[in-house]
Design a protein around this ligand. Structure first.
Ligand SMILES: Nc1ncnc2c1ncn2[C@@H]1O[C@H](COP(=O)(O)OP(=O)(O)OP(=O)(O)O)[C@@H](O)[C@H]1O
Ligand SMILES: [Mg+2]
Length: 263
């Protein structure tokens, strides 16, 4: 039997509602996206601002309704899930956003932040949970004495490590990351990318990774999807897309990326 891909997206259309009763119907934010993400691989998603990257992620997270198309998660019809079944299945996906400080309560201790998802799914507080939390933190490169600190006392890089640890608390198979390094200092970005690469390896994670930075994509992605104005204009193995981009737009993006890297 063949293993189903982690994620299989087919002809996905996402459209925001019109702004008013007499407003024209907006064009789709995502206009028929199709791609696959294999288990244990990372898909990089790039494209200019407004091209539909975040909308695509939010629809996959079931935070936005889908107009048409199909999404299968490990072979399961993901868009058909509802209520309790959806809540349970959601644990398969961890989410990391751009700004860790917006997603971590500033006054909670790191231990409380990491316990939250486990408590919400009914795990009991105690020595076993504390041990699991310390393990998560260690896997994300922070020592155990951080457990009693508060989020507001952390640097950007430390806070993003905590956010990644929390995203992993329920042992998801898929991690969805929207610009996870773009709010960080350049020197810290590489450390976070290395951490993600280590976690992918040690936990067999699949990742959807949105970024503006083509150097980041080349470093971290097995496959690459390029979006423009809601369309997927390129999808393939990263090295092939970077070596022989089919679209003029991707070539432009690449030459811009090289210039930006040299600046
Ligand atoms: N809440 C919303 N309501 C209506 N339209 C929206 C909403 N969010 C995004 N859009 C529109 O959908 C399109 C895609 O936006 P999206 O945020 O997905 O782009 P993006 O690729 O993530 O951009 P960025 O790189 O700036 O984050 C844009 O035209 C945007 O104006
Ligand atoms: Mg976005």
């Amino acid at each position: 039997m063949t293993v189903p891909p982690m994620l299989d997206v087919e002809d996905l259309v996402i459209r925001y509602p019109a702004r008013g009763l007499f407003a024209a119907r907006p064009k789709p934010a995502v206009n028929g996206a199709s791609f696959r993400l294999a288990k244990g691989e990372t898909l990089g998603i790039v494209g200019e601002s407004g091209s539909g990257k975040t909308s695509l992620l939010r629809a996959i997270l079931r935070l936005l309704p889908v107009e048409s198309g199909a999404v299968r998660l490990e072979g399961q019809d993901w868009l058909a899930l509802k209520g309790q079944a959806l809540r349970r299945a959601r644990q398969k996906i961890g989410v990391v956003s751009q700004n860790p400080f917006l997603s971590l309560s500033p006054r909670l201790t790191i231990a409380d932040i990491l316990a939250e998802p486990m408590l919400a799914q009914g795990d009991r507080q105690g020595a076993a949970m504390r041990k699991k939390i310390a393990g998560l933190l260690a896997d994300c490169g922070l020592p155990a004495d951080f457990l009693d600190r508060r989020a507001r006392e952390l640097s950007g890089g430390q806070a993003q490590r905590v956010a990644i640890a929390r995203a992993l608390a329920l042992e998801p198979g898929l991690l969805i990351l929207d610009e996870p390094t773009s709010a960080l200092d350049v020197s810290v970005q590489a450390q976070i990318l290395n951490l993600l690469a280590d976690l992918k390896e040690s936990r067999g994670l699949s990742m959807l990774f949105v970024t503006h930075n083509l150097k980041v994509v080349a470093h971290i992605s097995d496959t690459l999807l390029v979006m423009r104005h809601g369309d997927v204009i390129e999808f393939g193995r990263t090295e092939e897309v970077l070596r022989a981009p089919a679209e003029a737009y991707t070539r432009e993006l690449l030459s811009f990326g090289r210039n930006a890297a040299m600046a």
